[in-house]
Design a protein around this ligand. Sequence first.
Ligand code: SF4
Ligand code: SF4
Length: 511
Amino acid sequence: MIRRLWKFNGGVHLPGHKEESTHHPVRRAPLPKRLILPLHQHIGESAEAVVKVGDQVLKGQMIAHAKGFVSAPIHAPSSGVVVETGDLPVPHPSGLSAPCIVIETDGADQWAPLQTHGDYMQLDPSALRNIIREAGIVGLGGAGFPSFIKLNPGPGKVVNTLILNGVECEPYITCDDMLMREHAPDIIAGLRIIRHALHARECIVALEDNKPDAYAAMCAAAAGTDIQVVQVPTIYPAGGEKQLVKVLTGMEVPGNGLPIHIGVVCQNVATAAAVYRAVEYGEPLISRYMTITGGNISQPRNLEVLIGTPVKDLLDECGWNPGTLERLLMGGPMMGFALPGDGVPVIKTTNCILAMTAADSQPQRPVMPCIRCGACADACPVNLLPQQLYWHAHAKDLDKVQEYNLFDCIECGCCSYVCPSNIPLVHYYRYAKTEIWAKEREKQKAEAARLRYEFRLQRIEREKTERAAKHTQKKEELTAAPIDPSDTKKAAIVAAMERAQAKREEIKGGE
Ligand code: SF4
Ligand code: SF4
């Protein structure tokens, strides 16, 4: 059956640079000496360490548990000893340090006992979600949202369409392509598990029409099932969740809404493979496929990498030249970010390390004034008005940028890419978002301080009233009860109270 496809607005055709890293089969990266595990590798709250320096850990053992609902645990990617806990540089656009656990590996790579779960068809959705949560699985397509949450559509919500996203639209990145070529049966098995958890009516595996080998492998793995494997046109950013939903279903995910609001759930192909390994073998998420590529790399390829492996180990493995390195990115050239150095580790959401020379980075062209050509709006896949967003972000008018739906911007970079004036539009949007978040945090802090102050005043007032009431009660009890002549203490108190009252009246009379 040929599925009807729709188009989303805009998008751009980019040089793919995919073939460089797809010549070799994927192999495991060597076991690193040190694994650095940031506690924050996903959207939501950081995990909380459950090990301390000196602890021996086994491969697959939980070393940090999920803290809060939107969170995911972290597991030791290999056996060894915890040698450090504390703030270290992490892969984040801010370039800041954050809490990490460092494991010195012992070379034995010895697994902790794994718990298998039997036939998943006998498990109810909440049990499946729990297994996926405990395995620390997050969306491996880039966002890093804890996967078990997406597998809970909520009461009364029906999932009509489950989409497995294999549309790897950013240039240079090929890890999902290679995973589909090499592990298509695992991906389909994971898709079936996810379908069981969601009771999804139809299932689609989507990939671009520039991946014939992956397409053939996925079709073979899905043969004899009702799962549709669909090729979509190669245009950036067709792999964006909302864009892919539009292409496959013709429906628009509402701004500020989620695909589930229109009966759709999207998961990445690598996430499905991780779900399969967690449910079938009890394996937590401790490794992933990733691409190491760019003009600075002599043997660009995909490797299966343990989470926590320092980027430098991977660059060494694939042959880099520090002397000609111009830019080191985590992710692709459109949505990736510059790394603060090669000592940071890969995390669950790392799909690519891109090491570029001056020759393959886009030359910095001089920024010119906006000529109001409208090319940015034509390219925007979210139907925003990038030029207006730019004006208001430039003027620091944070209310206006929100009126122009800044937070619908997926930072795909299409607008910057087509801008003839070379305006780094996305930088302005990121800046505006950061400012708004900072202001929001300040507002929340001020509100919390105000509430604390009001509670304090209320408490002081309440305690004062309670003290006064107690005092009155005591006084009444003392004056009401007849005085026992043997109770000298009480008699003295009553006498004192009477003297005080007499004094007060005397003063009043003299006024
Ligand atoms: S593409 Fe650039 S020059 Fe053209 S309207 Fe947009 S911001 Fe202005
Ligand atoms: S970066 Fe934002 S504004 Fe620019 S094209 Fe992408 S979604 Fe539109």
